[in-house]
Design a protein around this ligand. Structure first.
Ligand code: KG4
Ligand code: ZN
Length: 343
């Protein structure tokens, strides 16, 4: 594609800001290479078992300036060298998005440089273009995060066809909510992954039966809740005694559905390349099974490095880079949008 050739000639320096949820992140890219990617996590939510929106926006306010300074320092770039400012427009939490958007607009005005609004879900997918090997188009992408579960056909950088999504909870939310029932800390996804390694999926939870390429995880949550309630009545230490097997069983129920639907979608749309992105794509079982699927069906598989799977500004910078090359700039009236849709 044309943009590929252009990227060899134009070397924009992008300062990118991500503040859609509970991570404040700034990154600097130069000519499509990531020079820095600084992330400040918000510990303040740990005691609440989930993200508290009001606390998230306050923490973004105090983190954003030092995080941006640090990103520039690590990249060895000054503000004068920045060619454009990219930021997450949505989807996400309104208060969190406003902090990043206003910071980006202020910088763009002060520097007299273009502003680039980025869709967070598009960025999770274009994270595959940070490192080599980069996928060729078209490819099928499964995005699995705390807020979204989507199957998307990528026709080119900016043409994304949504073919399936969750009708209730996201895959990451299912990990987090089921993990909470097991007494695991938030976010529970990585803990379930770790405990599963020494367990087996001996407990069978029903797989959801949603049509086509949509997903549903709320039924799993309910069946885990009732199952635990019944078992604890018989043995109050049931969870403690079976933590590893429970984790492995919940993990299998979620991952098996994700992999099966990805397989079916790849077949229907005749895809020879599949990719996974978002926080849940760090999961060791999902990674192993997608790699095995690719091998069995002779499809190329793309999985981003773990630091580019969870929320980060490097993925915003890479979208900023391609949008800069395509001159897709935003005006200063652009508003943050909690439920931003694809074009
Ligand atoms: O992409 P992300 O950082 O934030 C959103 O945009 O939501 O994803 C966070 C989600 C959380 O639900 C977390 O539990 C899940 O990713 N996660 C995992 C693993 N690492 C993170 N889920 C399963 N296994 C993991 N290893
Ligand atoms: Zn995300």
């Amino acid at each position: 594609m044309e943009l590929k050739n252009m990227s060899n000639q134009i070397m924009p320096c992008i300062l990118a800001i991500e503040s859609s949820c509970d991570d404040t992140s700034c990154a600097v890219s130069f000519g499509g290479k990531i020079l820095s990617n600084v992330i400040a996590n918000q510990e303040v939510h740990r005691n609440y078992g989930g993200v508290v929106p009001e606390l998230a926006s306050r923490a973004h306010l105090s983190h954003i300036l030092p995080v941006a300074h640090e990103a520039l320092r690590l990249a060895k770039k000054t503000l004068d060298e920045v060619d454009a400012v990219a930021f997450t427009q949505g989807p996400g939490l309104m208060g969190s998005l406003i902090v990043g958007a206003q910071f980006a607009k202020g910088l763009a005005i002060a520097l007299n440089k273009p502003l680039i609004a980025v869709n967070h879900m598009e960025a999770h997918i274009l994270a595959h273009f940070i490192d080599d090997p980069k996928p060729e188009f078209p490819f099928l992408n499964l995005t699995v995060s705390g807020g979204h579960t989507e199957l998307v056909i990528m026709r080119n950088y900016f043409q994304q066809e949504l073919i399936g999504k969750t009708i209730d909870d996201a895959a990451g939310e299912a990990f987090d909510k089921c993990g909470k029932m097991l007494g695991l800390p938030y976010p529970a996804g990585p803990h379930i992954d770790r405990h599963s390694r020494s367990g087996s999926s001996v407990f069978k939870f029903p797989e959801s039966k949603v049509a086509d390429f949509d997903f549903s995880f709320s039924g799993l949550k309910t069946s885990v809740l009732y199952f635990l309630r019944d078992q604890i009545k018989k043995d109050p230490d049931f969870i403690e005694k079976n933590l590893e097997d429970l984790a492995a069983s919940i993990q299998s129920a979620i991952i098996d559905t994700l992999v099966r639907k990805t397989d079916e979608a790849a077949k229907k749309y005749r895809m020879s390349r599949i990719a996974i992105s978002g926080g849940v794509s760090i999961n060791s079982k999902l990674r192993a099974e997608i790699i095995a699927l690719g091998r069995a069906k002779q499809m190329e598989v793309f999985i981003a490095a773990p630091q580019y799977c969870t929320d980060n500004a490097a993925m915003i910078a890479i979208v900023g880079h391609y949008k800069y090359l395509a001159k897709m700039f935003s005006n200063l009236e652009v508003s943050p949008s909690p439920r931003l849709e694809r074009r």
